[in-house]
Design a binder for this molecule. Structure first.
Ligand SMILES: Nc1nc2c(ncn2[C@@H]2O[C@H](COP(=O)(O)OP(=O)(O)OP(=O)(O)O)[C@@H](O)[C@H]2O)c(=O)[nH]1
Length: 393
């Protein structure tokens, strides 16, 4: 048999443990302000439920008025942390004034403060409101920044949103529990159990959500070039290698372009390093328009870029390369970069069927690029196929 008092003790302990753990995490400079708000939310939950647990041993002012105010504050801080995490504005007035207004109401209006059924209905409505707000905000944030673990947080809010109306309906039909929140009856025990489970789910999901975000950002830093946003060499190698495995399995052709901006040193010398940076960014932005979404564009070195073209034979890759070459020759960037422009030389290599040898393809594309530079720049050169017996695996 579920025991309400034991479950309540577990709930109070969980709030305390998560609150202290999140506070320590925040002190270690991890998680930022959302982590602090969630820690405070848990500590408010701890204080609130601790006071409720002391009912009949302490004055009603503390176990009813202050405790309910803290419950609302705890939910408000949870919501505020969630909005901060999603980089949305927080309405501090609502988070702080709502508990104050509730406490005033419970204190001044006896019909509410002294009537447990009315209190339960009121709190169920308020907490359902916060849970709905959290669910909607999490849903919106998920569309901007998908995080797998945010679904677990949404499940916690959905559970709360389900429990609150059920609780209100049970109170309306059966009346308030005889001994308040700690009544030993099954309904009260089940409600407490559901709250324990949602507190667990919510807290585990926020820690995992923070880890997931950090991991995504670190991976982004490791695999992306900060100047242009294109993949860097490491990101390209990783993704290209996986793409080659897929293409080899499906026996699909793959080609590679190696591109080098012409006389780039002169751009830096004549217009300054910042103009050079702007041109590199402009080049990447433009090339992204000229290739397909599934093609892999990377900054391979200073002013050297490459594109992996899955599904393209050499002749098709040559057409893409020519589009880039001609497009870049015509490209005029706006603002301070209006007078800055150059051309690009491109080497094209098709990988032998089912080859996964990226290095060999890069070597041949590099030789073709060298030939393009040697022949006067601003041109596309197709690499010779590899010698029979070499390269393909
Ligand atoms: N602005 C800027 N310049 C860079 C960056 N990375 C490399 N460079 C410059 O790119 C220039 C490359 O010069 P070179 O290798 O001599 O080649 P180039 O002048 O383009 O001549 P060719 O390739 O032979 O046509 C160097 O001056 C580098 O300093 C960068 O991130 N930003």
């Amino acid at each position: 048999m579920l025991d309400t008092r034991t479950l309540y003790a577990v709930l109070v302990l969980l709030y305390l443990l998560f609150g202290v753990q999140q506070l320590a995490t925040w002190r270690l400079r991890y998680g930022g302000s959302p982590m602090l708000l969630w820690a405070l939310s848990n500590l408010a939950g701890f204080a609130a439920n601790g006071l409720i647990g002391l009912r009949d041993r302490i004055p009603d002012f503390w176990s009813i008025i202050v405790a309910n105010g803290l419950v609302l504050l705890s939910f408000g801080l949870m919501w505020a942390g969630l909005r901060r995490f999603a980089e949305l504005r927080v309405s501090w007035r609502l988070v702080l004034l709502a508990p104050a207004a509730l406490m005033l109401l419970l204190w001044q209006v006896d019909a509410v403060g002294r009537n447990l059924s009315v209190r339960i209905l009121l709190m169920a409505a308020l907490l359902a409101g916060y849970s709905a707000a959290c669910l909607v905000d999490a849903w919106r944030a998920q569309r901007r920044e998908p995080l797998r673990m945010r679904y677990a947080a949404m499940l916690a809010f959905a559970l709360l949103l389900l429990v609150m109306p059920v609780r209100a309906l049970v109170t309306l039909r059966l009346g308030a529990p005889t001994q308040g929140y700690l009544s030993p009856d099954l309904t009260q025990a089940l409600v407490t159990l559901m709250v324990v489970l949602t507190v667990l789910l919510w807290n585990l999901s926020i820690m995992s959500m923070s880890h997931e975000r950090l991991e995504n950002r670190l991976r982004g830093m490791a695999y992306n070039d900060p100047l242009t946003g294109a993949y860097n060499r490491a990101g390209f190698r990783n993704l290209a290698q996986r793409q080659l495995q897929r293409s080899a399995r499906d026996r699909q052709p793959v080609s590679l372009l190696l591109m080098d901006l012409d006389h780039f040193k002169r751009i830096n010398d004549h217009h300054g390093h910042e103009a050079g940076d702007g041109l590199l960014r402009g080049f990447v932005e433009a090339v992204q328009q000229w290739v397909r979404p599934g093609d892999l564009l990377a900054r391979y070195g200073g002013e050297e870029f490459c594109v992996l073209l899955p599904g393209s034979q050499a002749s098709e890759a040559e057409v893409v390369a020519e589009r880039i070459r001609a497009g870049f020759e015509q490209l005029r960037l706006g603002g301070a970069l209006a007078a800055v422009g150059t051309t690009v030389s491109i080497g094209v290599a098709e990988l032998p069927t089912a080859s996964v040898d990226l290095e060999e393809a890069l070597r041949r594309a590099d030789q073709a690029l060298y030939a393009a530079k040697h022949d006067g720049r601003n041109r596309v050169v197709l690499a010779a196929p590899p010698a029979p017996g070499g390269g393909a695996q």
